[in-house]
Design a protein around this ligand. Structure first.
Ligand code: HEC
Length: 159
């Protein structure tokens, strides 16, 4: 039997390297402590509570009592308790946070991640959705949002 040509061995070696680096980076992803991902199912969960003034006011109440000490009054992560924490509270007005779905934020608030407590036992679901609605008010609205804009006049348009 003919020996395989040398270039074949080379290609196999390159493929092997590429494959193992893929595996390594996948494992590293899994272990990266900085990324906090919600399960896809949780992210898709719809917020059952519309962001009415009432819900936002209720959410603000929750926020002031439960979140402000760490996240600060504008959500910047500069609450009075924040300076003692090794992991800094996230800036809730940052696009990295505001771009997440309501379902994701709800899940993260429910689960918590040290030093942030898990609120699933501390707050009823309704309060957790209300606080999601409130957090949304901490961020300036995105500059370009093709749909879902509140600026269009709706009165008198209806037949
Ligand atoms: C003890 C301090 C503390 C309290 C109280 C606290 N948090 Fe946090 N929060 C943190 C820290 C620290 C992080 C960053 C955790 C991480 O990335 O590992 C965080 C992260 C978050 C995130 C995730 C942002 C991201 O990375 O996607 C949200 C949303 C959030 N907090 C909302 C809240 C809400 C709402 C409350 C009140 C119901 C609250 N937090 C109460 C400390 C706190």
């Amino acid at each position: 039997m003919r020996r395989p040509p040398q270039w074949m061995a080379l290609i196999l070696a390159v493929l092997g390297l590429a494959f193992s680096s893929l595996v390594v980076s996948a494992l590293a992803d899994e272990a990266a402590p900085s990324e906090w991902k919600a399960p896809a199912r949780a992210s898709r969960k719809k917020n059952p509570i519309p962001p009415s003034d009432q819900s936002i006011a209720a959410g603000k109440d929750v926020y002031v009592k439960q979140c402000l000490s760490c996240h600060g009054d504008a959500g910047k992560g500069d609450g009075s308790a924040a300076k003692d924490l090794t992991t800094k509270p996230r800036d809730l007005s940052d696009p990295a946070v505001t771009s997440q779905t309501d379902g994701t934020l709800f899940w993260k608030i429910s689960e918590g991640r040290k030093p942030m407590p898990s609120f699933s036992q501390l707050l009823p679901e309704e309060d957790r959705w209300n606080v999601v609605n409130y957090i949304r008010t901490l961020a300036p609205p995105p500059a370009t949002q093709p749909s879902d804009s509140s600026s269009k006049p709706s009165d008198g348009d209806k037949p």
